[in-house]
Ligand binder design. Structure first.
Ligand code: HEM
Length: 425
């Protein structure tokens, strides 16, 4: 989800690699983006020259004008084909959105994520475990366990392929990597190198073949009578849009928390004081949930968003002049700047999980978009990350592990590994 950079297809490979490198670097060094964002907030006319909205009022206004600022901007980055995130409002969009909401309604993410987190914590706290990978050994499986039931009775077959062994972790992992690379294309956008694009396309082909063979099973499991192409589109979309982004957000949340030692230590002592009630105390859960949201504010997975402009229009920048948006172009939304806009968020630079958002509760969730196109799974995602974080808080103190090279490894804009070491008492 990135602002257009002209026409990268026409770029020399070296320039494209440089552009992709810069984009990935900025994603990892979000403080630099926050700095740019602050400048654009202060002088909104500068953003207006480039079609960038930075003030909270401007970002919110653009995201609510869905006819003037269109989601079709995502379409070229959907390696697996069309899905509702890139559609304009209309009957297909409405039907797909209703379907995803109906599927999300059958989930019991809190119970499922709690159960998986407890199991994994028990495994990772056994004597002899000196370090583990937050992504591959923990988050990936908690999110999988909580979200995969969207496929109902067809869930196992989607994950391991028809006739595959449901206990085969290797097969499950293959599926999770497949959807990760498809989703990565949405994040990297058209600046991705050709190698990255080809990998996303190969994974999308494999996802398509996997779902094609299961069309009627999924239709039965969902209890719908939609034609096969609708089942195919929605099943593929649901597979890649749900899991990778949630895992990645979880990794960002933990990375941010570990940098804030005092916040982390306080949460750990609260968890410790609750003993086994740590999983059942609603006040503690709410506290952790508030922390998850505030940590996400500091590390949103989509710090920038974009929209197509189908016809000439303008948006209010919050400054003296409107930004002119010529039809056929794009606008960029500096959501990271909006999340820290002091005009809308009290003490915006401070880490305040329990801030009174006054009339701006909607802005608190901007990491999930805003307005009619906001993420339909935002509550589910935050519940899953809350369970995952509670599990980590019950473990011995964690620090980045330096036992095996760099503790954090990136694959483009995505974190692919974060090794953590439980400290000796
Ligand atoms: C922490 C995890 C997640 C984050 C940060 C996140 C973020 C977002 C954002 C920012 C958007 C809006 C994009 C835009 O307006 O251009 C969005 C849309 C969407 N998300 Fe999520 N999401 C997460 C998890 C999930 C999950 C678990 C699902 C599972 C179904 C999901 C399904 C969708 C769908 C279907 C849309 C498109 C909605 C529409 O256009 O009407 N997301 N998400």
């Amino acid at each position: 989800m990135k602002v257009s950079t002209g026409n990268p297809d026409a770029m020399a490979p070296g320039v494209r690699a440089l552009l992709y490198g810069a984009f990935c670097w900025l994603n990892r060094h979000i403080i630099v983006l926050r700095g740019f964002g602050a400048v654009l907030r202060y002088w909104p006319f500068v953003g207006a020259w480039f079609g960038l909205a930075a003030r909270a009022s401007a970002v919110k206004a653009v995201l609510t004008r869905t006819r003037s600022f269109s989601n079709t901007t995502h379409a070229p980055d959907l390696a697996a084909g069309d899905y509702l995130i890139a559609m304009d409002p209309g009957p297909t969009y409405a039907a797909d959105r209703a379907l995803v909401e109906a599927r999300l309604a059958v989930l019991n993410v809190q119970a499922d994520a709690d159960q998986k987190a407890q199991k994994l914590v028990a495994k990772l706290t056994q004597p002899g475990v000196k370090a583990f990978d937050l992504i591959e050994d923990y988050l990936m499986w908690i999110v999988f366990h909580a979200i995969q039931p969207v496929f109902g009775a067809a869930a196992d077959d989607v994950a391991v392929g028809k006739g595959g062994n449901v206990r085969d972790r290797g097969l499950q992992r293959q599926y999770l990597l497949e959807i990760r690379y498809v989703a990565g294309q949405l994040l990297g956008g058209n600046s991705s190198t050709l190698r990255v694009q080809r990998r996303a396309e190969a994974c999308a082909d494999s996802l398509r073949a996997r779902i094609e063979g299961l069309n009627s099973d999924i239709q039965k499991a969902w209890g719908v009578s939609d034609p096969p192409e609708d089942i195919q589109r929605n099943a593929m979309g649901l597979a890649w849009i749900s899991h990778p982004v949630t895992v990645q957000s979880g990794a960002l949340v933990v990375q941010e928390l570990l940098k804030r030692r005092k916040v982390y230590d306080d949460l750990r002592s609260m968890a410790d004081a609750r003993k086994s009630a740590v999983w059942t105390d609603p006040a503690f859960r709410k506290n952790v949930r508030d922390h998850v949201l505030e940590l996400m504010r500091f590390r949103p997975i989509f710090p920038l968003m974009a929209r197509d402009v189908p016809r000439d229009t303008e948006f209010e920048t919050g400054g003296r002049h409107n930004a002119v948006c010529p039809g056929g172009g794009k606008v960029g939304l500096f959501s990271i700047a909006a999340l820290f806009d002091p005009l809308a968020v009290h003490d915006s630079g401070k880490f305040c999980p329990h801030r009174d958002w006054k009339g701006e509760e909607g802005l608190r969730w901007l990491m999930f978009g805003y307005g009619p196109r906001q993420c339909p799974a935002k509550n589910h995602a935050v519940e899953i990350l809350t369970s995952a974080l509670i599990g980590l808080l019950t473990m011995r103190e964690l620090r980045l592990a330096r036992d095996d090279g760099k503790p954090i490894t990136y694959d483009g804009p995505l974190m692919s590994r974060m090794r953590l070491a439980p400290q000796e008492k």
